[in-house]
Ligand binder design. Structure first.
Ligand SMILES: [Zn+2]
Length: 449
């Protein structure tokens, strides 16, 4: 039960932050014993148009009324008192910089035209007041007037809680970690192409869970490109706009053989590896060829807990990767990446690991070589634990869509049918484009509701 797994693993984070309705639903699926309520439909499957994921996608909009505003001249801040008793502070400089009037903002692009050269970063204010239609009006010392919408201000409140909520709404950084008990979320290929709610549920699950299975695509080339167009455009690499995973003579990549592929992310030989991968099964093997995946972020969290020294090593030492050959055109790539990338807050954001393209050039001082191997082995050992690996077998018409910055994937060796080679078609996208489509769909679906 993928959602119940999700609920179990992600419950603390969810309880902190999702709507009351989702919390209630999650409580329902945790109740033990024969009287346990059945899993709420919204938690069972994406076929129910992703209500669960929609719930946690953004905060419900409630109207915020301004009770009072005043200028705190000594601090150069404006204080807004809200009808619910809350307060927000906004620096004068920031308010002047973000004036929404047609002189300061190009309305058609929603882009700032006010130049920094013309911004007085020590400005005071002449008048601040609440207008009759619940807006905040500011008259500046040069008599320029700015009018701010209350809702707009509320969302941009500088309190830690408001900033956190805004960042979560923009980037959906909260993830549901999983292990071998994951039931992969799935959706219908045609519905995702046709229906905005289905497409939104797909992308939300792709972001939160890291992986979604689409069923029912025609078993012929060109489908991953159609799916990429649903989002925006695909990411061109040296392997082409899309690429054919088949057993090829003189293969320029280990994927183009019938051998086993150990768990890896694609393309660590690039400094900016593709964020998202689609793989479409056109023909499956006669024997073998099962796919394997692990949640690299969850595995990194386990490593940090079990072996903090190894985690520290893999998040700090940069490793050389290389990829040379000819495909879309000739290429000779070199990169340096940490196996585990963390952001400024220490949050794991990207895994870079492919044992096939890890270079024999290893730019480390001698004394760090053995600790590096020890750390990498510790991480890979955790990944290979049976309780962490999800195994599935693609059938013709199936498309797996997954987070290439997070999941590590592999396949078992295979024997093709004599008359038909095993054949997958793949393509890449980047998270910027995927998140862009997700935000547009969310806006469209919520306005629809
Ligand atoms: Zn202005």
């Amino acid at each position: 039960m993928w959602m119940s797994t999700v609920a179990r693993l992600a419950l603390p984070a969810l309880q902190r932050s999702t709507s009351a309705m989702t919390r209630q639903a999650l409580r329902a699926c945790r109740r033990p014993g024969p009287t346990a309520a059945p899993l709420p439909p919204c938690l069972v499957s994406l076929h129910l148009r992703g209500r669960h994921t929609l719930e946690s996608a953004s905060l419900p909009v409630s109207r915020h009324l301004v009770r009072h505003v005043r200028a705190l001249d000594d601090d150069r801040q404006m204080e807004v008192e809200w009808e619910d008793g809350g307060h927000s502070l906004y620096p004068f400089t920031w308010l002047r910089d973000n004036c929404q009037c047609p002189l300061c903002t190009l309305q058609s692009a929603q882009a700032r035209t006010l130049l920094l050269a013309d911004l007085d970063i020590h400005t005071g204010v002449d008048v601040v007041e609440v207008t009759n239609d619940n807006k905040v009006s500011i008259v500046w010392p040069d008599q320029h007037v700015s009018v701010f919408d209350a809702e707009w201000l509320k969302k941009r409140c500088f309190s830690p809680a408001a900033r956190l909520a805004m960042q979560e709404e923009l980037f959906l950084n909260r993830r549901y970690y999983w292990d071998s008990t994951l039931r992969i979320p799935s959706a219908d290929f045609d519905e995702v192409l046709r229906d905005d709610k289905a497409a939104l549920a797909w992308l939300l699950a792709l972001r939160r869970v890291g992986m979604v299975y689409l069923k029912g695509a025609p078993a012929e080339q060109g489908q991953v490109a159609r799916l990429a167009e649903r989002i925006g455009y695909l990411r061109l690499t040296f392997y082409g706009h899309t690429w054919q995973v088949q057993d090829k003579p003189m293969a320029n990549n280990v994927a183009y053989t019938s051998g086993k592929l150990s768990l890896h992310t694609d393309y660590p030989a690039l400094h900016f590896a593709p964020g998202v991968q689609f793989l479409h099964c056109i023909n499956q093997a006669k024997e073998g060829g099962e796919s394997e995946v692990v949640d690299g972020f969850h595995m990194a969290e386990q490593l940090q807990r079990e072996d903090p020294e190894a985690f520290q090593t893999l998040t700090s030492l940069r490793v050389d990767f290389t990829d040379t050959g000819t495909d879309y055109c000739d290429f000779m790539l070199q990169s340096k990446n940490c196996i585990i990338d963390v952001d400024a807050d220490g949050r794991v954001v990207k895994i870079n690991y492919n044992n096939a393209t890890r270079d024999s050039v290893l730019d480390l001082p001698l004394h760090q070589v053995q600790p590096f191997y020890r750390a990498l082995k510790a991480y890979v050992d955790i990944m290979n634990r049976p309780e962490n690996v999800v195994t599935y077998r693609m059938e013709p018409g199936d498309i797996v869509t997954f987070d290439n910055w997070r999941l590590l994937h592999g396949r078992k060796s295979y024997i093709s049918r004599p008359e038909r080679l095993r054949h997958l078609e793949g393509c890449y996208l980047d998270w910027d484009e995927v998140m862009s489509r997700l935000r547009i769909l969310r806006k469209a679906v919520h306005e629809d509701l």
